[in-house]
Design a binder for this molecule. Structure first.
Ligand code: C5P
Length: 533
């Protein structure tokens, strides 16, 4: 990138954080502008707590995207300093240099060195630290918070949640690079336990059979039901009976491994199993994987490092976990079961909860949970999560089952695409969950991960524009895929704007430009994946 330095320079990165911290400490009042996803929400909470501790007046304003209209609104705010977290680098040239601090991990717009390295702009990419895999915005914000005051080390746990929320542990199955030092800070304070375990989602909250049945990275169901599926049904023709049978097979597998599913009248979760019980279930699962002829790759994704959070994170009331269990024990019809509240004890589940709040226009609820609300705030966040799950289920069904909205490799105008696959959900999927949907779908049955998946939907802000989301895989990025630059160039070429990361990027384009956009991004991705062609 133009202006970017050649060598990895952690000291330089931290020095830029120190400069930002000094400026923040001199501020009279600060408006924090945060992005609405898990990383943006955790980053906003870190910024807010560090300012509060420094006795600096502050408030948080969340935005879905930072365009010129949003920037104009921010600049009109009476605060003397604006702290942009998880956004800002892509709009650097439009931000008031004297009043803005930016802690971001997205690739900055290509600008002259003196603009990129100006005081108050803190971004790992400028120092050859990869903002997609090595540190997220919450990590960058945490680094600055710790420079403001070493006592802010206890905010490290939130930075780990943010990094996991941005899938930074996904490619290697563990946090790497600068994230490692943030994790060390959290482990040293006893706020996080990092251990080798199965990486599946729902260790704290999902009852054992559902934990296996609904796993997606890797999906275990095809292996668990392998024998039955071979003889009777096609996976695509799944119906209610198949669904129930799947559930029974998962129960069967756990029981045959000699592990009880129920304990004292309640369903057990993975986190409640002993080491030996976990080992027995994993052996049974691995046996099925090998039997189905898929070995190492799936097993490698199954096991990795997982991050358990202490119930006593900064701000949370002491003893809340025991209290919530006791209070709810007698209320069978309580809407939020105590088990669900354990979501804040696992980094991946916590991040998913925050994403659900943000994607459903309630980022402030997620922020309250980050700040320690384990009462009404947490209950509301869990309700948001249930709504979020239903929206995702509906969206995935639409793309999978409705031929009018299914994925395509030929444009409407009839041109065959060589390097991207796409779907156009029009007004049927909310723009805020489009990226999540594309991320879930890529690599599932009928949607191979041999090329990135691009989703289109009508923007939800009434501007007659189209939201675009693109998702790749670590294998594709290793082959040269850089969706951020392809998305930026293709959207700009049709009068829109976009950016993001090599593996996940987004854009907004004018309505009616989808065809033209697809032709450009297809050519660009083709060039990235076959550079000599
Ligand atoms: O919205 P979506 O989840 O697809 O965004 C993926 C990534 O692309 C995010 O990191 C987001 O900040 C970035 N993005 C962007 N410009 C846009 C839309 C998304 O930089 N117009």
């Amino acid at each position: 990138m133009k202006g970017e330095r050649m060598m990895r320079d952690v000291n330089g990165f931290e020095r830029s954080g120190e400069v930002a911290a000094e400026r923040l400490k001199r501020a009279g009042s600060v408006l924090i502008i945060g992005h609405i996803d898990a990383d943006g929400i955790t980053a906003s909470s870190i910024a807010s707590v560090s300012l509060r501790r420094a006795r600096i007046e502050n408030s948080v304003h969340f935005v879905k995207k930072l365009d010129e209209a949003a920037i104009k609104k921010v600049h009109a705010h009476p605060a003397d300093t604006f702290w942009f977290v998880d956004l800002g680098s892509a709009m650097l040239s439009k931000l008031d240099e004297d009043r803005c601090i930016i802690t971001d991990h997205h690739r900055p717009e290509p600008l002259k060195e003196e603009v990129l390295y100006r005081e108050g702009h803190v971004n790992p990419h400028l120092f050859r630290i990869d903002g997609s895999t090595e540190v997220s915005a919450s990590g960058v914000t945490y680094m600055v918070a710790k420079k403001m005051n070493p006592q802010n080390q206890d905010l490290s746990a939130m930075a780990v949640v943010g990094a996991v929320g941005d899938f930074q542990e996904s490619a290697e199955g563990r946090l790497i690079g600068y994230n490692r030092s943030i994790l060390d800070d959290a482990v040293a304070l006893g706020l996080i336990r990092a251990e080798k375990d199965v990486r599946l989602f729902g260790r704290e909250t999902r009852p054992l059979p559902a934990f296996l049945q609904y796993s997606s990275d890797p999906a275990l169901l095809p292996f668990i039901t392998h024998r039955r599926r071979m003889s009777i049904v096609d996976i695509i023709n799944e119906d209610r009976t198949a669904h129930d049978e799947d559930h029974m097979e998962c129960i069967d597998l756990v029981r045959k491994a000699g592990v009880e599913i129920v304990d004292g009248g309640s369903l057990r979760t993975w986190s409640q199993l002993t080491r030996d019980e976990k080992r027995r279930v994993v052996s049974a699962v691995v046996e099925r994987i090998i039997e189905a002829g898929k070995g190492v790759a799936t097993v490698r994704r199954l096991i990795g490092e997982v991050y358990s959070l202490s119930p006593d994170l900064p701000g949370s009331p002491p003893g809340w976990l025991t209290a919530s269990t006791e209070n709810d024990a007698g209320k069978a019809d309580e809407r939020v079961p105590p088990l669900a509240m354990r979501a804040v004890l696992d980094a991946k589940e916590f991040a998913t909860l925050l994403n659900a709040c943000g994607r459903h226009d309630r980022p402030e609820v997620g922020l309250a949970v980050c700040l320690g609300d384990r009462g009404k705030g947490l209950e509301e966040a869990l309700r948001q999560q249930e709504d979020h799950r239903q929206s995702l289920r509906r969206a995935i069904d639409l793309i999978r089952c409705d031929p009018e909205f299914g994925t395509m490799t030929v444009t409407r105008g009839g041109t065959a695409l060589s390097s991207v696959r796409y779907f156009n959900a029009r007004d049927r999927i909310e723009d805020t969950i489009l990226g999540t949907v594309a991320g879930i779908l890529i690599g599932t049955a009928g949607i191979p991960a041999d090329r990135p998946l691009i989703g289109f939907a009508l923007s939800g802000d009434g501007t007659c524009t189209i939201k675009v989301s693109g998702r790749g895989t670590p294998v594709l990025t290793a082959m040269g895929l850089d969706l951020a630059s392809a998305m930026r160039e293709a959207s700009t070429s049709v009068g829109g704007a976009g950016g993001g990361h090599n593996v996940a990027a987004g854009a907004t384009i004018p309505e009616g430009k989808e065809e033209e956009f697809l032709l450009v991004i297809d050519r660009l991705v083709n060039g990235q994946l076959s550079p000599s062609a």
